[in-house]
Design a protein around this ligand. Structure first.
Ligand SMILES: C[S@@+](CC[C@H](N)C(=O)[O-])C[C@H]1O[C@@H](n2cnc3c(N)ncnc32)[C@H](O)[C@@H]1O
Length: 320
């Protein structure tokens, strides 16, 4: 414990709801943010890189606590990254468009959802994606393997976040993410080319999910190819944290990363499993975090990592 000098960890007590979430997104790492922020170098980093950004829970959390100077968000989902550009640069126009879509649906929400989904598949308009994310089942983006079209159904029990709610969330996220660089690309280059004083947080999809529009990219996420790219980043002395495999009470998502990479591997309890919730079950998920050798060194060794994770109020080291 004595090696840990990073005593001020206000995120430990504040809980996940203290961090703004611009839009709902299945796979968001909001519940893990407390543990992941605890693995940041003391005083934060000059730049945080999130190459599987999704809803960018960790960048939002890091900015919220002053732990990231610059932020670089990227994701292979282009309309999603266009949505982030609107959040950063044109939040008021985005809120206005969402308010119009949300209001227009009243009267025929089912028909409106299907028409908007068709419209989105034809135009890839990011504003329509925001509406779909707020209305679809468990905020889980799904694309047809055959056509690449967004094919997730609507959650008919609700109309999606009310405009006032989305307005508050988008304004808060926009304020935090001012100056963020947003790009639509695959993860390799942002990871491998990060500088030694930066930090990369990697949250690839679980193997077998179809949350990307172009399924050729799933090929790039095979464990071996992912491990090869991690090795290149290790050779470049990049500091990174990876969330990879996960275990629920009765299911394992993905294999562990190869031991040969020399990553420090710890299990952390992430809270309710979104996959299990999708199947109508209530379970906790234990996720794996892997820390690169350069970051382990920067943090003062593996013991420091244990001390930092143990400092969290949530149980962090599961016994398997
Ligand atoms: C588990 S989600 C990330 C969730 C994110 N941590 C959050 O807080 O919302 C995985 C993301 O990786 C993206 N993705 C999938 N394959 C990719 C690839 N080859 N390169 C970059 N992004 C990819 C998906 O579009 C998806 O948004």
């Amino acid at each position: 414990m004595s090696s840990v000098t990073f005593k001020q960890m206000p995120w430990r007590a504040a809980g996940p709801r203290s961090i703004p979430q611009a839009f709902p997104y299945q796979g968001s790492k909001r519940l893990l943010a407390s543990q992941i922020l605890s693995l940041f170098p003391e005083g934060g980093v000059s730049r945080l890189v999130e190459p599987f950004a999704g809803s960018a829970a960790i960048s939002l959390a890091a900015r919220n606590y002053g732990l990231a100077g610059a932020v670089a968000l990227s994701d292979v989902n282009k309309p999603l990254m266009e949505l982030w550009k609107l959040i950063v640069d044109q939040p008021l126009q985005l809120i206005e468009s969402y308010t119009r879509l949300w209001t227009e649906q009243i009267g025929d929400p089912r028909g409106y959802y299907m028409a908007t989904r068709n419209d989105f598949n034809a135009t890839h308009d990011p504003t329509l994606l925001l509406y779909l994310l707020c209305r679809c089942v468990k905020a889980a983006v799904r694309y047809s393997q055959k056509t690449g079209e967004f094919n997730q159904g609507a959650d008919h029990r609700r109309l999606g976040a009310k405009p006032a709610n989305i307005a508050a969330r988008i304004k808060a996220a926009s304020k935090l993410m001012q100056g963020a660089k947003v790009s639509a690309c695959t993860y390799e280059d942002p990871l491998v080319s990060a500088d030694v004083d930066e930090l990369v947080y990697l949250d690839p999809p679980y193997q077998g999910t179809s949350d990307v529009p172009d399924h050729r990219y799933l090929e790039g996420l095979r464990r071996e190819a992912f491990a090869d790219t991690l090795q290149k980043a290790i050779d470049n002395r990049v500091s990174f944290i990876v969330s990879y495999d996960a275990v629920t009470d009765d299911y394992r998502y993905g294999q562990a990363l190869p031991k040969e990479l020399g990553l420090v591997h710890r299990h952390v309890v992430a809270g309710l499993s979104s996959q299990a919730t999708l199947m109508g079950k209530s379970q906790t998920t234990t996720e794996s975090l892997y820390v690169s050798p350069a970051l382990v060194k920067r943090l003062g060794g593996a013991e420091s990592i244990d001390a930092r994770l143990d400092m969290n109020p949530m149980p962090s080291n599961a016994l398997f």
